[in-house]
Design a protein around this ligand. Structure first.
Ligand code: CP
Length: 304
């Protein structure tokens, strides 16, 4: 039995197979419509979500399976003090596979250790969000035709943004990737990530102004400031609108630069950018369904 806790749980070759499968699902949805007949997915979400939970549920329904779960810790027995370890033992009696989001780093890993069904980390605190990374990689591969030879700018809350941490971990395994980290001083990328880049001789630089670097980028990954991870409201209010990507800034960028965002967006991308052909963030959401379908099939060992 296999779980997904980090994008590094799959080798580059396995990821390539997963993305091939996702692209086949996109082209031939009918072929997969009954692949999971009789199977159940449990979505155990202890933190709010729109995309990840509904994307998982859509993925399972598209495969012919069904879905159980909760979308709020307060409506589960966690509110009565039940541990994640006990909850997953119970869920293992009901479902064939589980996607879990939790505010505490490592909680899905604790669940996986006690589970008798595959557990997917659907986001744990400020740590990792591996299925968002699979979504991001599939989107880049589909729209750019490759996963190497890029300069990628990651902009916004690089301290708390778990999607950023997961994506960097995944991208360092591809050739010739250069990172530009664009953030205010208070939201800089954690040292453990820059230490890892130094150890692997992967080029990166840190800048504060998006305007100074946008022209160098092949990919721009925007993120929101993670309000829920701040200890005080005053700091959040001071930093929340530090970056706003608008038409004027897009005019400085390459003609084929892609703009990605894991969403939800708050103010960091002006709605006027949505019409720009380089804006890929809503396409990203659709790729998220295909890749989660491929992931469910892979973890359940179902071949079509
Ligand atoms: N990208 C993402 O994780 O979105 P949700 O929080 O809505 O699931």
């Amino acid at each position: 039995m296999r779980h997904l806790m980090s994008p590094l749980d799959f080798s580059i070759e396995e990821l390539s197979d997963l993305f091939d499968l996702a692209e086949d699902i996109e082209k031939n949805p009918a072929k997969y419509a009954h692949a999971c007949d009789g199977k159940k997915l449990a979505t155990c979400f202890y933190e709010p979500s729109t995309r990840t939970r509904l994307s998982f549920e859509t993925a399972m329904i598209n495969l012919g399976g069904s879905v159980i779960g909760f979308s709020d810790a307060g409506s589960s027995s966690a509110a009565k003090g039940e541990s994640v370890s006990d909850t997953i033992r119970v869920i293992s009696c009901f479902a064939d596979i589980c996607a879990m989001r939790h505010p505490k780093e490592g909680a899905p890993m604790v669940a996986a250790e006690k589970s008798s069904i595959p557990v997917i980390n659907a986001g744990d605190g400020g740590h990792q969000h591996p299925t968002q990374t699979l979504t991001d990689l599939l989107t880049i591969r589909a729209l750019k035709g490759r996963l190497n030879h890029f300069t990628i700018g990651l902009c916004g809350d690089l301290k708390f943004g778990r999607t950023v941490h997961s994506l960097i971990n995944a991208l360092v395994r591809y050739d010739n990737i250069k990172f530009i980290f664009i953030s205010p001083e208070e939201l800089r990328i954690p040292d453990y990530i820059t230490d890892m880049l130094k150890q692997n001789s992967i080029p990166y630089k840190e800048v504060i102004r998006l305007e100074d670097t946008i022209a160098d980028l092949d990919l721009l990954y925007m993120t929101r400031v993670q309000k829920e991870r701040f200890f005080n409201e005053e700091d959040y209010v001071r930093l929340k609108d530090f970056y706003i990507l608008d038409r004027a800034k897009m005019s400085l960028a390459k003609e084929d630069m892609l703009v990605l965002h894991p969403l939800p967006r708050v103010n960091e991308i002006s709605v006027e950018v949505d019409e720009d052909k380089r804006a890929a963030y809503f396409k990203q959401v659709q790729y998220g369904v295909y890749v989660r379908m491929a992931l469910i099939l892979t973890l359940l060992g179902i071949r079509v």
